[in-house]
Design a protein around this ligand. Structure first.
Ligand code: PRP
Length: 199
């Protein structure tokens, strides 16, 4: 794909490693919920590719639904407040729900989403996350199915974007963009969101 003239991409997690790990996670989910249906709830947009691949490694009756959330605040730091901008289409009461995310950073988004989903009385609520930047955590969240722990680099690909680009890369890559850009000096907040035109 065409990249920005100054963007440098380095593979952090190859497509082969991702595929192996997603297969393992799918098998574990299939074992954990043997004989039961599951509802995969993807958080738009980043989780879409992970959900698509993970679901095909799950040998159970699986349904999909999607949420979209945004965190807001005036400055570059997250206010810690999250707003749901797209709710689920279906009721989750009494169902086995797996919340599927591409990346866990401060934990603010997932913490909020898990809280509101729990209030809807699912039978079980579990969390599947492809990438975890543990050192960035502000709010706690229990992850049941984790792909990879990663350092605090600015990552793109496999659903993750930089200003809405690079979601369709097959590998997870570290992006360095333009003169003076450093993932470590990005406005800290939800760095993964900051990239929407602001990075
Ligand atoms: C990313 C990611 C999570 C959130 C994680 O979403 O998909 O939803 O940020 O950050 P947190 O742990 O600090 O809350 P983003 O807002 O970039 O939207 P996108 O999925 O549409 O890219």
């Amino acid at each position: 794909m065409k990249r920005g003239a100054n963007d440098r991409l380095t593979v952090l997690i190859s497509r082969a490693r991702i595929a192996r790990r997603v297969r393992q996670l799918g098998r574990r989910i299939s074992r954990d919920f043997r004989g039961q249906p599951v509802l995969l709830v993807g958080v738009l947009k980043g989780a879409s590719i992970f959900l698509a691949d993970l679901s095909r490694e799950i040998g159970l009756d699986a349904s999909f639904d999607f949420l979209a959330a945004t965190s807001y605040g005036a400055g570059s730091e997250s206010s810690g407040q999250v707003r749901l901008v797209k709710d689920l289409d279906t009721s989750i009461a009494g169902r086995n729900v797996i919340l599927v995310e591409d990346i866990l950073d401060t934990g603010i988004t997932l913490n909020y989403l898990a809280r509101i989903l729990r209030q809807r009385r699912p039978k079980t609520l579990r969390v599947a996350v492809l990438l975890d930047k543990a050192e960035r955590r502000i709010q706690p969240i229990r992850v049941h199915y984790l792909g990879f722990s990663i350092p605090n680099d600015f990552v793109v690909g496999y659903g993750l974007d930089y200003a809405e680009r690079y979601r369709n890369l097959k590998d997870v890559c570290v992006v360095q963009s333009g003169v003076g850009f450093s993932p470590h000096v990005l406005p800290s907040k939800k760095k993964q969101s900051q990239r929407k035109g602001r990075a």
